[in-house]
Design a protein around this ligand. Sequence first.
Ligand code: PLP
Ligand code: MN
Length: 373
Amino acid sequence: MTINIPASVGMPVEEVDTPCLLVDLDAFDRNIDTMAGFMKKHGLRHRAHAKTHKSSDIAIIQVERGGAVGVCCQKVSEAEALVSAGVRDVLVSNQVVTPKKIERLAALATRARVLVCVDDLGNVDDLSAAAQKYGVTIECLVEMDVGAGRCGVRPGADAVALARKIDAAPGLKFAGLQAYQGKAQHVHDFEDRRGLIDKAVGMVRDTVELLKAEGLTCDIIAGAGTGSYYFEGDSGVYNELQCGSYIFMDADYQRVKDDKGGFIGEFDNALFIYTTVMSKTKTDRAICDAGLKAQSVDSGLPVIFGRDDVTYIGASDEHGVISDPDNKLRLGDKLKLVPGHCDPTVNVHDWYVGIRNGRVEALWPVTARGMCL
Ligand code: PLP
Ligand code: MN
């Protein structure tokens, strides 16, 4: 079997094979520092979301250099992969309901601090049985639907009933609330986004009070992403934020506006799909080697970085179509694409090629690539 590595350390970037993921390490470092600075200034914990990168190398940097308390994963298999590589504190920010995965989650808790989200009373019994079988404690966050229309119980009485049951369940610890407003993150208008998070904050605040009245304290009040973290961070209610995309950014996050009508400016594009012009048979078009199998286009097509003379206009399985009205591109030319949506793009690659000063400095495997169990 050949190992599918597009580069080697020390190689000039121009020689890196394509299509592959490039990480601009200077931009990456700035993103780590910017987020760490925000959390420190506001006295918040950051539990970086590893669904974005699925990389143990990056998770460990987020903890060791970026001050994160641990990471979130969306899948048990992601959590297993990161724990095996040395990550010690993982929240599976999702529901775990199949018997096989519950068993794996409990087994994982013998090796690391493990937390999970819960939105069902019966699930509490199943998690409790597995935790007792493995002699571990699984920390549970009651997940509330605060407007995203996804998982989560209704805030208020339903959340309190679930917290009470977790608190009484052997092998489980009631650790707090998960209140992620996923629908707000990519809302482009600043005030619209703020309005959605204000509503979420109100629901969380009320539920925290109800829990307090029952003697149930929330160590963790969690949520937030790259599009909204400053709202939750300023709320005085949330204490643990879960930003993911900030580490890389993507073309759609670049369309999300800040309070001055500009685009989110605090984070830099650090992730690119590196691609080569593989066919140039027409004066006004070029075909590159990054198509649908090199990226996700659910949030729009990629944007060609640093070029306003050429535009990525279409993707088929293995081909990208580039409009080249001034006939600038030549066969073999290389371009950097900013992916429309970073998280699902990463999931179809084996390696990150980290670049600094024009040369390959790091090769990081996408540790949990394709892991969806
Ligand atoms: N928290 C949860 C539960 C998520 O599902 C996500 C992403 O979808 C995030 C945090 C991170 O969001 P973002 O990548 O927008 O920072
Ligand atoms: Mn995403």
